[in-house]
Design a protein around this ligand. Structure first.
Ligand code: TRP
Length: 338
């Protein structure tokens, strides 16, 4: 058997997955299963880096895992697991914490933005978020990490920690301890923007729910959100006009959801007013999400199955992660357990 390059990625179980998570990330993971050795985790430890509600965390974690499966992640071909169930993630984070310079974390853009929003209620965990993410990746010797624009800096940090702070200090040059991962920058469709502001990314943390379509939104809600989506006074949909970010975003969504090429979609909608375009977009969104929602409902009718998928995933993940952790601990000089 030839060794396939390994891919690892994860999504936080906060709120509900939306169209940006699907079109920008998970849909591409599904394709990678044919050519790569794929690990997908639900990063629940990351979800508590901002204040969270304990009553919702477990259900959000199961929902996220079930949505992975509903989107087409196949547990026969991928390792699907919950981050907190593999203790090596927390343990490697500590080891990496002790070699990561504080100022590398203080300059992370996402930290600065989130910290600004939270005033003086910022946890050490929020600052440490990228080190936990580095541990997620490095534990699995991942070759490639599919990341969007907003996570590139975190991946860069994981590479720097592996290379400069672990391999350079604790391993002989020809036998690196940790694999240095490469980003896998995904093609078109990777950036889905907000429905209420075509210049901002569709995001879970935006308070206005009308800014995004959740994968589990019922058809009426999808239609209503699209009806209310921001427009502009210009007639006709088009790509690439910097004055018209909403037109660009919604036309792009229409192409992705209807399975048409961008050229076909652009030609079809070039002369349409918003009033004619929006129902078409709503119809395409409802039709694209329906099979996914049906599969999700089916998966949630059999909780024992989902538990079994996660149990098996945890075992496969832990076998790989524990071996890496032991390797690092040995190199750092820890006393082996008897
Ligand atoms: N920080 C990532 C995000 O918000 C989620 C994440 C956590 C992740 N650990 C990861 C992504 C490891 C890729 C690999 O999108």
């Amino acid at each position: 058997m030839t060794l396939r390059p390994r891919v690892l990625s994860g999504v936080q179980p906060t709120g509900s997955l939306h169209l940006g998570n699907w079109l920008g990330a998970i849909r591409n993971w599904v394709q990678l299963q044919d050519s790569h050795d794929t690990f997908f985790c639900v990063v629940d430890l990351h979800a508590i880096t901002v204040p969270h509600d304990p009553a919702l965390l477990a259900e959000a974690t199961r929902r996220t895992a079930a949505l992975y499966l509903a989107c087409g992640i196949d547990p026969q071909r991928s390792t699907v697991f919950v981050q907190s169930q593999v203790p090596a993630h927390s343990e490697l984070t500590w080891l990496l914490n002790c070699v990561t310079p504080l100022n590398w974390l203080e300059r992370m853009i996402q930290f600065k933005e989130k910290a600004r929003k939270q005033g003086d209620n910022v946890s050490v965990g929020l600052l440490d978020y990228p080190v936990l993410m580095a541990a997620d990746i490095l534990l699995y010797d991942a070759d490639l990490v599919p990341v969007g624009e907003d996570q590139k800096q975190h991946l860069e940090l994981a590479r720097d920690i592996a290379q400069q702070r672990i391999n350079a200090r604790f391993a002989p040059e020809d036998q690196p301890l940790l694999k240095v991962p490469e980003p896998l920058i995904l093609a078109e469709g990777a950036r889905v923007m907000s429905l209420i502001d075509g210049r901002c990314k569709m995001s879970k943390s935006e308070p206005n729910e009308g800014s995004r379509l959740h994968l589990l939104d019922p058809p009426e809600l999808i239609t209503r959100k699209i009806k209310r989506a921001k427009t502009d006074p210009v007639m006709g949909l088009e790509f690439g006009n910097p004055e018209r970010p909403e037109a660009d975003n919604l036309l792009g969504l229409f192409a992705l959801l209807s399975g048409k090429t961008r050229d076909t979609a652009a030609a079809e909608c070039a002369a349409m007013g918003w009033g004619q375009f929006k129902p078409l977009l709503a119809e395409a969104a409802v039709a694209a999400l329906q099979p996914l929602q049906e599969r999700y409902a089916e998966i949630r009718r059999d909780e024992a199955y989902l538990s079994e998928v996660l149990r098996e995933g945890k075992e496969r993940a832990a076998a790989v992660a524990t071996a890496t952790l032991e390797r690092v601990k040995a190199a750092l000089g820890f006393l082996p357990a008897a």
